[in-house]
Design a protein around this ligand. Structure first.
Ligand code: SF4
Ligand code: SF4
Length: 432
């Protein structure tokens, strides 16, 4: 029987994009490569306008432990270095020569002879984060897990419904991902890796089984297709059969969870010496001419991505960075693909446009909440600006999965109200 967690929502299977092989978009004329300027996550540019840069060259270096190096996605000329706000950007004009930096060199030593610290240093220098999730540097997480983690959990499940980039990556890059997992086992000192796949994506399980099913170091586990199965807390609950209590992390159960795209990035860093300069994402939505799983240079604009797909069938009401459940509405198509952009979705009608009415106390939001909260009460007190009361109803434990909003028959934007409460309580936002 496939494993699962309590709460959440079973969603209609949307296999359409799962059938689409990953395609690369043509290199754009410009990239605006983002780098963090948030306190505690700051990176500092090491290039200036008119500098020539090569593909894979370091263009911003971390200033704090929670930031990562940033690299040029192609060769060209730096046109601008923007340092306004929490996210800066280094704008590079493509020279279409795709000249590689001399810093891009494979790791020469056999992995079995390398020390974990050496491996972590390669991962750090390649700018690999928790791709598609929090953006925390992977090397930092690996160092914290050494000696504590007993299982390497490779999350091949999509973070949101209707996405399929992880599935395609497993299917098309199976050997690379298994090899990346071996490097991570050595870097953490863990003996066994568990690939978790959705039960409905049997082909992914079969591809992995064919390559590593016979090895005692690997296991393939199927999870029931349910949202938010990919979230670390729900994944841990499904695998351990026991929910994490408040403040606990997967490491408290001995799990080190990593997304499959980060595992692929680790492989690329060791075998080709390539830092993170591109990512695979699903692009879709009813406003688009067609959907696709695309490989996109970091810093390419949403406009570049959408143009490649033939543009819009009709003007979208909203373009999301991320999936339909937790994606953030972008104001302009000049928004760019960053290391954490898992999807771009263009919709003719946004969820916030639905007409809402009074709560009918049906209890559906409570039933689906994977964190066992009472979203209706948090939302009610949020409406009344009674922030302390939202706290007593545990607004801070909300993982912002959006399940409550999705099921509410009254169309109440519960998550929006809960986020407002969290902002007023100055609680950290959480991603799934
Ligand atoms: S968004 Fe928050 S309150 Fe709503 S279902 Fe998810 S965890 Fe529960
Ligand atoms: S799902 Fe909507 S209508 Fe039902 S109890 Fe929750 S807030 Fe009220």
């Amino acid at each position: 029987m496939a494993l699962s967690f309590r709460g959440g929502i079973a969603l209609e299977e949307t296999k359409k994009s799962a059938l689409l092989a990953i395609e690369a978009i043509p290199a754009p004329a410009f990239a605006a490569v983002p780098f963090s300027r948030k306190p505690g996550e700051r990176a500092a540019p090491v290039v200036q306008p008119e500098d020539r840069v090569l593909r894979g060259q370091l263009i911003a270096e971390p200033e704090t432990e929670n930031s990562v190096p940033v690299h040029a996605p192609f060769s060209g000329i730096v046109k601008e270095v923007c340092t306004d706000g929490n996210v800066g950007a280094i704008v590079i004009e493509n020279d279409f020569k795709n000249a590689l930096s001399e810093s891009v060199v494979p790791f020469e030593k056999p992995i079995s002879k390398a020390e974990p610290e050496e491996l972590c240093e390669v991962i750090r220098a390649a700018g690999i984060t928790d791709l598609g999730k929090s953006g925390v540097p992977l090397a930092r997480r690996l160092q914290k897990a050494q000696g504590k983690a007993r299982r390497l959990i490779i999350n091949c499940v999509e973070s949101e419904p209707a996405l399929s980039a992880n599935f395609r990556l497993v299917l098309e890059k199976t050997q690379e991902i298994v090899n990346g997992a071996k490097i991570l086992l050595r870097a953490t000192g863990i003996e066994k890796a568990v690939f978790v796949v959705e039960k409905s994506r049997q082909e992914a399980a079969e591809a992995l089984m064919a390559l590593c099913g016979a090895s005692p170091n690997f296991k393939i586990t199927a999870l029931k297709s349910k949202y938010p199965q990919s979230a670390d807390r729900q994944l841990t609950e499904a695998l351990a059969g026991k929910r994490l209590s408040e403040g606990q992390t997967p490491l408290d159960r001995g799990f080190f969870i990593i997304g499959v795209e980060s595992v692929f990035a680790v492989y690329q860093a060791f075998v080709y010496g390539l830092p993170v300069t591109e990512r695979v994402l699903t692009v879709g939505g009813d406003a688009l001419e067609r959907s696709a799983n695309l490989r996109v240079p970091i810093g390419a604009s949403f406009e570049d991505v959408i143009r490649h797909l033939g543009g819009f069938v009709q003007k979208p009401q909203v373009v999301l960075s991320g999936g339909t459940m937790t994606g953030i509405a972008e104001e302009s198509l000049k928004a760019v693909v960053g290391k954490e952009t898992g999807a771009v979705i263009a919709l003719l009608q946004g969820a916030e446009d639905r007409e809402d009415s009074a709560c009918i106390h049906c209890g559906r939001c409570v039933k689906v909440c994977p964190e066992r909260l009472f979203p209706l009460y948090i939302a009610r007190f949020s409406d009344q600006n009674q922030w302390e009361k939202t706290k007593t109803w545990d607004a801070g434990l909300c993982s912002e999965c959006g399940c409550c909003t999705y099921v509410c028959p009254a169309g109440i934007p519960l998550l929006k109200k809960i986020r407002l409460a969290k902002e007023n309580l100055a609680l950290p936002k959480k991603g799934v």
